[in-house]
Design a protein around this ligand. Structure first.
Ligand code: SF4
Length: 306
């Protein structure tokens, strides 16, 4: 029996779009970030790990082409026929146009690759970068994962993201002008965040011409400013219950057309400081399904009510 999806799952979207199961190949292309290299700050966003996310990438020290080849030849890679190359670590549009093109091209080495996805920050999007990305549209699905985390600039300051929400708006406008899909990143449980802050972020996201949303809870990893805050009792992580309730708010108030790319983050076990529940992806996924079912909730159920 087919189960009803209460929100737009990414796998289903891929299946409908590409006709079959499609996997992401996560790539560490050796970029840095203006918030880490001293241009804006040296310390980065307070939660940002030493690798700028993507700790689970297996072949990250290798050349991009080898990272792709190794994944395609791996046990997982052999179990699918279509792939999206995903430039994950740090800011994947933070380089010259020439270097960006070289790096993107070096991942597109197999005709089973159907898409390219690039994670970046809003202040690292320009017309030239959007033009470059759009040049791949004739052969590939092209998307940009854009950091936002919160629309509340006061929290943006606390987390030291070093861009304003208005810069997110500008970046979305540029990317959409070139028909590039945009996926926003949102975090729940940031320091000082209240339920009103979460509502503001949802309202803000709904007003933007974006196509997807990635949500995860704030978790503390070693060697970050957030870890210091946690150890000095200046930050208290949220509970699983609070996360699931907040997630239910987001999903029920978000637009129905958005594809939900994920509802949990991949906290690396050896780096995670807190909260411990973040290691149990199934608790999050199954707990959320249960909550939606019990309360009869679905994506966009209350979208028109505010
Ligand atoms: S923008 Fe991304 S890569 Fe840069 S410091 Fe923040 S989280 Fe890390």
């Amino acid at each position: 029996m087919e189960t009803i999806e209460r929100y737009n799952h990414l796998n289903t979207y891929y299946k409908n779009k590409f006709g079959e199961r499609t996997l992401k190949i996560c790539i560490d292309a050796g970029f840095t970030c203006p918030n880490r290299d001293g241009t804006l700050s040296n310390s980065g966003c307070i939660f940002c790990s030493e690798k700028g996310s993507g700790e689970l990438i297996k072949y990250s020290s290798q050349h991009i082409e080898n990272q792709v080849k190794n994944f395609l030849n791996s046990y997982r890679g052999m179990r699918a026929n279509k792939f999206i190359v995903y430039f994950q670590n740090f800011t994947n549009t933070y380089d010259t146009i020439e270097n960006l093109k070289k790096k993107y091209d070096s991942a597109l080495i197999d005709n089973r690759i159907v898409g390219i996805s690039v994670a970046t920050r809003p202040d690292c999007i320009s017309e030239d970068i959007a033009k470059l990305l759009s040049s791949y549209l004739d052969k590939y699905n092209v998307s940009v994962e854009l950091g936002l985390q919160t629309s509340n600039d006061n929290i943006g300051k606390i987390i030291n993201r070093c861009y304003l929400s208005s810069q997110f708006t500008k970046a979305v406008e540029i990317l959409r002008k070139y028909n590039i899909e945009v996926i926003a990143h949102m975090m729940i449980g940031l320091p000082t965040e209240t339920s009103d802050d979460i509502k503001n972020t949802v309202t803000f996201i709904n007003k933007h011409n974006i196509q997807g949303l990635k949500i995860h809870s704030t978790y503390v990893v070693k060697n970050t400013v957030l870890a210091d805050m946690y150890l000095n009792k200046k930050y208290e992580p949220i509970t699983l219950e609070y996360y699931l309730d907040s997630l239910a708010y987001v999903i029920t108030h978000i637009r129905k057309d958005l594809i939900i790319h994920r509802i949990s983050g991949d906290a690396p076990k050896d780096l995670l400081v807190a909260p411990e529940w973040n290691l149990h992806k199934k608790w999050i996924l199954n707990g959320f399904e249960k909550l939606l079912k019990e309360k009869d909730l679905w994506q966009g159920k209350y979208y028109f009510k505010y």
